[in-house]
Design a binder for this molecule. Structure first.
Ligand code: ADP
Ligand code: MG
Ligand code: MG
Ligand code: MG
Ligand code: MG
Ligand code: MG
Length: 658
């Protein structure tokens, strides 16, 4: 989340009154920017990753792990260091092995006051050699972050803290609740204190008319309470009107219940942003990467514990989705529409709902016929010359209300900025994001962000998944691959990815033949730019184009159908000039993806489950005690740093038991 300028943030009823103005201005800013940037050409093929961390404090004597709310102090210390470096001095960590003279990574705040985000010092380039710098850069980020923490604090890449919201889990301690979140489990102090974050949380709650509701099915072990009614819920609180939520049925039987944005936005992920050479290529990448979102979510599964309980799902996605779901009862379809404009089937944090590429292979059957769009906004965009697909995309994002509005920004519309546009864009958390060039940085091109992956415990894994998805995009562009399936199938796949061990127990919708149609292949290969007539649109029943496949079939290929993403990447690598050394180094990373898909290696989620199940203190009642939590966090910390220190590979610990 980019931080907007400070100012007076409007409370919900006030913000709601200005929503139309912000949307309108946002669209005018988009149009001004689109007119300027739509014919931008020949931008470099750059990309960058984002890794998010939990800051964990370990007490080795008391055998206790807690989240440390030290974000501000750590970032402050890092900023001093960066200023020093920019002034020509040495960054305290630039001497770190192999990074002499390199641009140090950037650190950013995140929603949780116990979180950090780090990105490379500069985006990675097209050179294959850059791919081989990613892992060591990620390790470097950990070393730098650690150097700005207290001796007992560590940057950890678990997606969620296992006991967030339960008992004595934060440092310093604050009792639960507060005017912004009104949670019965977490204090307002859990969130980044920058006014944007508490306002975002409060306005989501306020717009919704009650607290957010996150119910995750508990994992039913042999001694799990039956029926399971979340024993940590207090039904007798009367501090806030929202304390009534639990008395009004917010808690579901058989589920772990959570009630605040922090339970979702406090999770860590791994995101990759690609810069395309122009808008057309960006739109193509957006569409082609979209069906891969749920597949990579399942492959990176790393989230089996919430609020001290093993749960029956493996990934974070739906919990974040619910943690920022600001839809009213009317929009949810619980009561008839009166005040609100439409029913909205998805949270603002959800899988994509549209395709945007002007690709003749995009059949209208792939699009969602029930997509909700703001027709007035769409008309404004198309009247100004934007094509239907792109206008539909933005008119869909703009069905939402802006949540955080600063009154100072409403005096005058500045068409050289994108603040009002970004207000809506950056609070539409879909699994792909189409990022227009920022008007204030004309050197940046059209970018596409791949957002579904869970952060992995080790940097080897984080690098492997980053590199894999980069190579997949190169294969997509190089072979003009076609992964289109009807977009509602991707929505279904996203649900499927949540199932425990989905990568081995479930099948996903995927396109069977990814190769371009012969007519298009001819067109693409036409010499001297002589254009051949456009291919006739594809026909035949859409349902025959895709099937249900296991993750292993999608990744490694199946004998009678889909060639597999890894073999496609391999053919791409065969088709370009990669020296043997680089190729071998890349193979190490690709092997992780291959083996995880075929079951040789475990997902992080599976590893954590096995760790808990074999812990002496575990009573097979789904409860993850303080001691188990400490031992788990400690093991993860050791795995990541051991990987860096003695050259051994932490991720090999993720190998399944023979
Ligand atoms: P956000 O949080 O909005 O997704 P960030 O600024 O945190 O975005 O980082 C996104 C990633 O994009 C970073 O890894 C950064 O290195 C990378 N990046 C920056 N500029 C470009 C660019 N021109 N092309 C591709 N990636 C870029
Ligand atoms: Mg970021
Ligand atoms: Mg972000
Ligand atoms: Mg950012
Ligand atoms: Mg982030
Ligand atoms: Mg991002």
């Amino acid at each position: 989340m980019g931080l907007l300028a400070l100012g007076t943030a409007l409370d919900w009823p006030e913000a709601k009154k200005r929503a139309d103005q912000v949307r309108k201005w946002g669209i005018e800013q988009l149009l001004a920017n689109w007119r300027r940037a739509k014919s931008k050409e020949r931008d470099a093929l750059l990309w960058g990753d984002e890794v998010e961390y939990l800051v964990v404090a370990l007490d080795d004597e008391a055998k206790k792990a807690q989240l440390s709310l030290a974000q501000a102090e750590i970032l402050q210390s890092l900023a001093v260091d960066e200023a020093l470096w920019k002034a020509g001095g040495a960054h305290t960590q630039t001497h770190h092995a192999g990074h002499e003279g390199e641009r140090p990574p950037h650190f950013h705040p995140e929603f949780g006051r116990f979180m950090l985000e780090a990105t490379p010092g500069r985006p990675w380039g097209i050179d294959f050699k850059d791919l081989l710098k990613v892992e060591s850069d990620m390790k470097w980020r950990r070393v730098i972050a650690k150097a700005h923490m207290k001796p007992n604090e560590y940057p950890i890449t678990l997606t969620t803290f296992p006991r967030l919201g339960l008992g004595d889990y934060i440092q310093p301690y604050y009792p639960p609740s507060g005017p912004a979140l009104r949670s019965q489990f977490v204090p307002d102090k859990i969130a980044n204190p920058h006014i944007r974050f508490p306002t975002l949380a409060a306005n989501i709650r306020s717009r919704r008319g009650r607290k957010v509701e996150i119910n995750v099915p508990v994992f039913k072990d042999t001694n799990t309470l039956e029926p399971f009614n979340d024993p940590t819920v207090n039904y007798d609180l009367h501090n806030w009107p929202e304390d009534d939520d639990v008395r009004n049925g917010a808690v579901k039987e058989g589920h772990v219940y959570m009630d605040a944005m922090a339970f979702g936005m406090g999770s860590c992920c791994l995101q990759i942003t690609f810069q395309a050479k122009n808008m057309t290529e960006g739109r193509k990448l957006y569409d082609q990467l979209s069906p891969l979102g749920p597949i990579l979510l399942a492959l990176t599964a790393a989230t089996p514990i919430y609020k001290g309980f093993l749960v029956d799902t493996d990934v974070r996605w739906n919990q974040i989705s619910r943690a920022v779901d600001d839809r009213t009862r009317e929009e949810l379809g619980e009561v008839p529409l009166k005040e609100d404009r439409w029913r909205i089937p998805k949270s603002r944090y959800a899988s994509n709902s549209t395709y945007i590429s002007q690709d003749p292979r995009l059949r209208k059957e792939y699009l969602d016929p029930d997509l909700v769009v703001d027709e007035e906004i769409k008309k404004r965009l198309t009247d100004e010359g934007m094509d239907d697909l792109l206008a539909t995309h933005f008119a869909h994002l703009f069905i939402r209300d802006p949540l955080v509005i600063f009154s100072e920004d409403l005096d005058e519309l500045d068409l050289t900025k994108a603040d009002h546009f970004e207000n809506l864009q950056s609070t539409n958390w879909q699994h792909m994001r189409f990022k227009p060039p920022p008007p204030e940085k004309p050197e940046i091109g059209w970018r596409v962000e791949f957002r579904s992956m869970e952060v992995q415990m080790t940097d080897f894994e984080n690098a492997a998944f980053s590199i894999f998805i980069v190579l997949v995009t190169r294969a997509i562009l190089s072979f003009d691959l076609n992964f289109y399936i009807p977009i509602p199938r991707t929505t279904e796949n996203m649900e499927t990815a949540h199932a425990r061990d989905a990568i081995h127990t479930r099948k996903f919708y995927f396109r069977k033949d990814p190769f371009p149609r012969p007519a298009q292949r001819r067109q693409n290969q036409s010499p001297n730019g002589v254009s051949t007539p456009p291919p006739s649109p594809p026909s035949g029943p859409v349902e025959l184009e895709y099937g249900q496949m296991t993750i292993s079939e999608i990744i490694n290929g199946s004998t009678e159908g889909f060639p597999g993403l890894i073999p496609l990447v391999q053919s791409y690598l065969n088709s370009v000039n990669v020296d043997v050394e680089t190729r071998c180094a890349l193979e190490r990373y690709l092997a992780l993806i291959r083996k995880r898909a075929d079951g040789t290696l475990w997902t992080g989620s599976r590893w954590i489950r096995e760790f808990v199940a074999s812990h002496p203190e575990y009573k097979h009642d789904s409860v993850v005690s303080e001691r188990i939590c400490y031992d788990l966090v400690k093991a993860v910390e050791e795995m990541t740093t051991k990987e860096g220190k003695d050259g051994s590979v932490g991720w090999e610990l993720l190998r399944g038991k023979e």
